[in-house]
Design a protein around this ligand. Structure first.
Ligand SMILES: CC(=O)SCCNC(=O)CCNC(=O)[C@H](O)C(C)(C)COP(=O)(O)OP(=O)(O)OC[C@H]1O[C@@H](n2cnc3c(N)ncnc32)[C@H](O)[C@@H]1OP(=O)(O)O
Length: 393
């Protein structure tokens, strides 16, 4: 079983691949509405099939995307999803064949990074992916805002139809504000709408000049007094504060459950009683794979710190293997002695600034050859705010 058994599926085969994926994650085949929405994000030429005896038993797809990196630049990215191998054909290398094919394809397309959300943490590190962002889920019980939270603009409800125009434009404005955010192509929104259904409600915040700068999408949980907050996007702290005030003040609701929030969101500070906010989980969010290490390293900015020479060992994409001199002025390839050695997966985990090199060294994932190299790398890769993706795809 090898790469020759993987090929691009034709559009006529896309629905079969979707069914294969859904069965692998224990979902029934998509109904017509769900498929109509799903099909909008599927791109011809980007859906792979893995074959055994001419039968498709594995699939993986990628979408044309972009990733915001520290400093605000956006890198072309392959957004990977829909990965599955039929239960009777696992552990024979089919995923391995598809991953290699897909990474080569991303490299050919000039996509410097690949990104995904992992169903299990044990799958993707071997292919060079590292956990690059984390999210927090919270529950607010009978919460009230602190009176000092600044007021600005106004929050208004918009219809689902109006939201289809407004939300993508607001998201585009907010996307580059933080590393880890990804494109939401036009085909992404219908899938989210179908998944949430008709009970979703949308509120938009506009600033004092009337410009829209944030939104929240939420829905009641059955007939309970709980609201699930699925998507809260704000261009600035003022907009975020007003959207949270709007949610906290909803009549008849005692509990707000919010998912996929940034780990540094200052919710406890916004509330009159910080203990009315409880963290229910902190989980790995976006896994990143540097497909083109030199391009990816040069795309981000670095903090003040002594330069450091990093040796990258990449068995899956060997062109990335080499030594890189990283400084606050930029990145060059070099032949100097390595001060740090790490795999592509370890580099990916450092890349957006979520974790310091010293944390990975403690786990044996980064090897330091000189005394101060870890401290230098910690300073260089650090970002003012932790990265956050917050977009499921
Ligand atoms: C981005 C997304 O779409 S996430 C969704 C991923 N899909 C799912 O979780 C659906 C259910 N699972 C599956 O379909 C399959 O088990 C897959 C796709 C995860 C793995 O496919 P396989 O064809 O079995 O993987 P493959 O045989 O290439 O395994 C390669 C290596 O990864 C290991 N591996 C594979 N799956 C897992 C796992 N879930 N946990 C830990 N290790 C794993 C294998 O043991 C193997 O290790 P080895 O090289 O040391 O022998």
């Amino acid at each position: 079983m090898g790469e020759s058994d993987v090929r691009v599926l034709s559009p006529a085969e896309h629905r079969q691949a979707d069914e294969l994926f859904r069965r692998a994650i224990f979902l029934p085949p998509a109904d017509e509405d769900t498929w109509a929405a799903t099909a909008q994000r599927v791109e011809a030429g980007r859906v792979l099939g893995a074959f055994v005896d001419d039968e498709v038993v594995g699939t993986a797809l990628s979408m044309t995307s972009a990733l915001t990196v520290p400093g605000g630049a956006e890198l072309p990215a392959a957004a990977v999803t829909g990965v599955a191998v039929r239960a009777d054909s696992t552990r024979r290398g089919l995923l391995t064949g598809m991953m290699r094919y897909q990474l080569d394809d991303a490299a050919r397309r000039g996509e410097a990074v690949a990104v995904l959300h992992a169903s299990e943490a044990g799958i993707y590190e071997r292919f060079g992916y590292g956990v690059a962002t984390r999210t927090r889920s919270v529950e607010l019980q009978r919460a009230h805002m602190r009176s000092s939270v600044p007021r600005s603009g106004r929050v208004r409800l918009v219809t689902q139809e109006r939201a289809r125009d407004l939300l993508p434009a607001i998201y585009r404005r907010c996307r580059t504000g933080r590393a880890g955010r990804v494109h939401r192509p036009d085909g992404w929104w219908p899938g989210r709408d179908v998944a949430m259904g008709e009970s979703r409600t949308i509120a938009v915040h506009s600033d004092d000049e009337g410009a829209d700068d944030g939104f929240v999408v939420y829905q009641p949980r059955g007939h309970s007094s709980t609201v699930d907050v699925r998507d809260l996007v704000a261009a600035n702290d003022l907009a975020a504060g007003e959207l949270w005030r709007f949610l906290v003040d909803l009549d008849l609701i005692t509990t707000l459950a919010a998912f996929d929030r940034p780990v540094d969101e200052p919710l406890e500070w916004l509330l009159a009683d910080r203990r009315t906010c409880r963290t229910t989980s902190v989980e790995d969010d976006l896994w990143v794979r540097l497909v083109d290490v030199p391009v990816a390293l040069r795309a981000r900015t670095y903090g003040p710190g002594d330069p450091v020479v990093v040796e990258v060992v990449d068995d899956v994409l060997p062109a990335n293997s080499g030594r890189y001199r990283i400084s606050s002025a930029g990145v060059t390839t070099c032949d100097d002695s390595a001060q740090l050695t790490m795999s592509a997966a370890a580099l990916a985990a450092l890349y957006l600034g979520d974790q310091p090199a010293s944390a990975l060294a403690a786990a044996g994932l980064v090897e330091a050859h000189t005394a101060n190299a870890l401290t230098s790398a910690d300073h260089l890769f650090a970002t003012a705010r932790p990265p956050w993706c917050g977009t499921n795809f």
